[in-house]
Design a protein around this ligand. Structure first.
Ligand SMILES: O=C(O)[C@@H](CO)OP(=O)(O)O
Ligand SMILES: [Mn+2]
Ligand SMILES: [Mn+2]
Length: 584
């Protein structure tokens, strides 16, 4: 079976690594250890719009109140997780990368910034490849991706810079296929971003480059599906992804490539405004696809043989499927109708194992010597589990963007298949099932290290539905209790932490922190991640009583978690990892 995944891997470890880990002086190796990541669970101001606080999560709350020296917060955004600045909120990719790797790695956003600033991007192979297309008709340069300043999957300023760079280097025709966001930025902000885009395109037109928006749609409904659902991986050495909601990608293909969508308009602002007015039930995340047409009703930018196509998202998970549709000759996920022969590149290589795409503009981050490799090489038996939406987080992202297992003899990966619906409709998601299999793994006595992610705080948080978030958080709390009870039973150790905030603030706010209200007086929901630090709690009967958090690392971040859990597993961490949070 072939290994497949979503993200750039292809990491060659340095030749001479001493993989042996020294034993920890006081924490015993072989004590069952639970590491539970609460996705989208920040420590934030306790008010009516903090879904975690409002949900009264008793078990998780008791970790803080019951053992203050074994509870602290850690930074989960900005430079602490390898993002360009502290104005960047955290996200799953960078958070899980940091926790798995024990180091702060410069991430995609920053690598693209540097490549643009230094102009290295324009001198590299990927750029030369697309440039070849421009000088023979039709030679259109297409850009597909998320239009916002979110900085999680993409950043509009990078696209603007890149389009300018193309025009300066001879590109005469640009078409943008833009996805509306509302998940990494305010719901309804698509108008603002597309207005900026249309203005920038106008400037390019004045400079002699025919530049227009050609199609679009909402990121959760058009193009940006993620994580083809994995089947059970116990017997294989691969994370094997088979099924996803390919309908989402197909809608994107029809709009971007074929120039077909039920909604046709003459510019993107008209498109977004009309769709939002006609379909008040829709929003930026779920906007139906649209195509821009000329005065004869013909699409202005279908993708043709001989064109060049750039996906300008730097984050991999939600563009792997579209990349496959462009790159694979043998492709059966949906009927492409037409498969144009184009020069196709990603902003980065999204999957290093699959070499997908073959051509890319910027090399992805190199994440080597991750904790998981050390641990399997020291005989640690690992069980990793989450539901589809976060399964790649505790495997692929955790392992430094490697899609296969690190060592099939020492690892079991189990995916619980997620529901396929907006998660405020089923806010319990699969937390109970994850807790159940984690409990079994703990009680089995076979595993040293049980690693899970509970998705609810994040996935339900993104819907902006505070009522559903309360159920989501209460469900997470119960699931944590089930796992902690199991740890208690076997005399184990636990660490509960999170990757970034989300459910901890469900209201957009003014500069003073006061919730913003719409014209009808309703609080405007916040659908994005927050900048809050995240909690980190340790404990369990197996933890020697003198072990607690040290106080000399007040601004520690997610990368410090790694040395900490390596200690809790009974080992000293590699010397160059970010320091442990523990004292003993
Ligand atoms: O849904 C996603 O793609 C991101 C937000 O854009 O969330 P997370 O980083 O938690 O996966
Ligand atoms: Mn997350
Ligand atoms: Mn999220």
């Amino acid at each position: 079976m072939r290994c497949c995944g979503f993200g750039a891997t292809n990491v060659v470890e340095p030749a001479k690594v001493d993989w042996r880990l020294l034993r920890h002086p006081v924490i015993k190796r072989g004590t069952p250890f639970l590491l539970c990541v609460l996705d989208g669970w920040g420590e934030n101001v306790e008010d009516d719009y903090n879904g975690i606080y409002k949900a009264q999560v008793r078990t998780i709350r008791a970790l803080k109140d019951g053992a203050p020296k074994r509870w602290r917060t850690i930074r989960a955004h900005g430079t602490a997780v390898g993002l360009p600045s502290d104005d960047d909120m955290g996200n799953s990719e960078v958070g899980h990368n940091a926790m798995g790797a024990g180091k702060i790695i410069e991430q995609g956003a920053g690598l693209v910034d540097t490549a643009l600033r230094s102009e290295k991007l324009y001198n590299d192979k990927g750029f030369s490849y697309i440039k070849e297309a421009w000088f023979n008709a039709p030679g259109t340069q297409h850009f597909i991706g998320l239009i916002s300043d979110g900085g999680v999957h993409s950043r509009y300023d990078q696209l603007a810079e890149l389009m300018k760079g193309c025009a300066q280097r001879g590109c005469k025709k640009i078409r943008v296929h833009g996805l509306t966001d509302g998940r990494d930025c305010a719901e309804g902000s698509s108008i603002k971003f597309f207005t900026e885009l249309e203005k920038d395109l106008e400037v390019l037109c004045k400079q002699g480059c025919d530049a227009r928006v050609a199609s679009g749609g909402g990121r959760m409904y058009v193009t940006m599906d993620r994580y083809e659902a994995a089947r059970n991986l116990n017997t294989s050495n691969c994370v094997h992804f088979e099924e996803a909601d390919w309908k989402i990608v197909e809608r994107g293909w029809q709009a971007h490539v074929l120039g077909e969508a039920p909604n046709k308009f003459t510019n993107s602002i008209e498109a977004i405004e009309t769709i939002r007015k006609k379909h008040p039930e829709t929003n930026d995340q779920y906007m139906p696809p649209f195509v821009i047409v000329d005065k004869n009703g013909a699409p202005v930018g279908p993708i043709q043989d001989g064109d060049a196509v750039v996906i300008f998202n730097f984050r991999a998970d939600r563009v792997v499927e579209l990349s496959k549709a462009f790159e694979y000759e043998d492709f059966k996920k949906f009927d492409r109708k037409r498969w144009p022969k184009v020069k196709f590149v990603g902003m980065m290589q999204y999957d290093g194992d699959l070499k997908l795409p073959k051509h890319y503009l910027v090399s992805p981050p190199l994440i080597e010597r991750v904790s998981g490799t050390y641990l399997v090489k020291n005989g640690v038996r690992t069980f990793a589990c989450s539901e589809t939406q976060k399964f790649g987080h505790v495997t692929f992202f955790w392992n430094g963007n490697r899609s296969g297992k690190l060592d099939h003899n020492f690892e079991t990966y189990q995916e619980i298949v997620s529901d396929n619906c907006p998660f405020n409709e089923k806010p319990k998601m699969k937390a109970e099932q994850i807790a159940k299999v984690a409990k079994e793994a703990i009680l089995s006595g076979y595993y040293d290290y049980i690693r899970v992610n509970l998705a609810n705080g994040d996935m339900v948080g993104h819907t902006g539905d505070l009522g559903a978030v309360l159920t989501a958080c209460a469900t997470v709390d119960k699931a944590v209790k089930v796992m902690l009870d199991a740890i208690e039973k076997v005399g184990g150790i636990y660490m509960i932490t999170a990757d970034h905030g989300n459910a901890d603030d469900m209201a957009q706010r003014d500069k003073k922190g006061k919730p913003l209200k719409d014209t009808e007086g309703n609080v405007i929901p916040l659908t994005s991640h927050t900048f809050a630090p995240v909690p980190c709690a340790i404990g369990g009967p197996g933890l020697p009583p003198q072990v607690e958090f040290r106080s000399d690392l007040p601004s520690a971040g997610l990368a410090n978690v790694t040395a900490t859990y390596m200690n809790l597993l009974g080992f000293e961490a590699p010397a160059d990892y970010e320091p442990t949070l523990l004292k003993w």
